[in-house]
Design a protein around this ligand. Structure first.
Ligand code: SAM
Length: 286
């Protein structure tokens, strides 16, 4: 992996044998989906970072960073005197983040290729952040306990996770969209931790954090031009191979190449199109 002096750095600490699997796959379409999703969720994450007190001079760890939207947001907040360490198992996603960080002139973003289950940082951090990563870990509580150990005393843990079991229906009804959410819920219940968002508060307590500050929210958009349709169609495309492999009902019947246009057509009714329910939670290490 390249190491560009004076710019963000990429390092690898993948151990053997490692490979954890990411059920949404590692490919350019999935990385683009992460970027679309990030543009929709950015204000929710900014709000979480603001509530949690992410600020100038902090040394911040972003686990499961993907193409790096949380890392870049953290780098903007922490400024030159702080730093961001961004960890992901996908080297191509890290290269995208590295290029984005360099383009923005950040010299304090270090990208590390690692399976989070075997990650062992050399330093402690002022904050550990993550979005949609605990859902993919083998044991979210163990990961959260490890995050707590990576924090300085009074350090901040801040996470955002979906709960696919709490689906807000469209009004007027939108059967194509509702059917996709049923499929995603069934899939994540089998392949990951579908209700991780609702569990966050409890997990924070079990991991040793006192007084977590937690709330649930979701974006609502509408109309045929909404980015929500690409977001949902591409999320479905990403999970489809794994969903078919474990025989999730309906997975083999989806015409994935027409899904986005069918969602757009359905939204001509003027219905509000809610995104998945997302929980945002933070707490300090005592
Ligand atoms: C849903 S994406 C979220 C990316 C980013 N946090 C965001 O919100 O845009 C999950 C990311 O976690 C990474 N990931 C999944 N399991 C991992 C593991 N065991 N170790 C390191 N990264 C992992 C994936 O490669 C992917 O980039």
């Amino acid at each position: 992996m390249p190491d560009v002096p004076g710019h963000s750095r990429i390092m690898s600490c993948m151990s053997e044998p490692a490979p954890a699997t990411y059920v949404m796959g590692h490919n350019d379409r999935e990385r683009r989906r992460l970027a679309v999703q990030a543009s929709i969720l950015r204000r929710f994450t900014e709000h979480l970072f603001c509530r949690a007190g992410i600020t100038t001079g902090m040394h911040i760890l972003d686990i499961g960073c993907g193409v790096g939207d949380l890392s870049l947001l953290a780098a903007r907040l922490t400024g030159r005197t702080g730093s961001v360490t961004a960890v992901d198992m996908d080297p191509a996603a890290l290269r995208v983040l590295h290029d984005r960080a360099s383009a923005e002139g950040f010299q304090n973003v270090t990208c590390m290729e690692s399976d989070i289950h075997s990650f062992q940082p050399a330093n402690r951090f002022d904050a550990v952040v993550g979005r949609h990563i605990l859902i993919h870990t083998k044991d979210p509580l163990r990961t959260l306990i490890a995050c707590r150990e990576w924090l300085q005393p009074r350090g901040i843990a801040a996470f955002q996770e979906y709960d696919f079991q709490q689906v807000t229906p469209c009004w007027p009804a939108s059967p194509v969209r509702d059917g996709i959410f049923t499929l995603l819920n069934t899939f994540f219940a089998r392949a990951a931790h579908a209700n991780i968002g609702s569990r966050l508060f409890h997990l924070f307590l079990k991991a040793g954090f006192a007084h977590p500050d937690c709330r649930g929210e979701f974006p609502v958009d509408g109309g045929p031009e909404s980015p929500h349709h690409e977001w949902l169609a591409e999320a479905t495309r990403s999970v489809l191979p794994a969903a078919k492999a474990i025989d999730i009902p309906g997975a083999s019947d989806i015409d994935i190449d027409t899904l986005e246009s069918r969602l757009r057509d359905e939204a001509r009714s003027g219905s509000g199109v809610p995104g998945p329910v997302m929980f945002s939670c933070f707490a300090r290490r005592q």
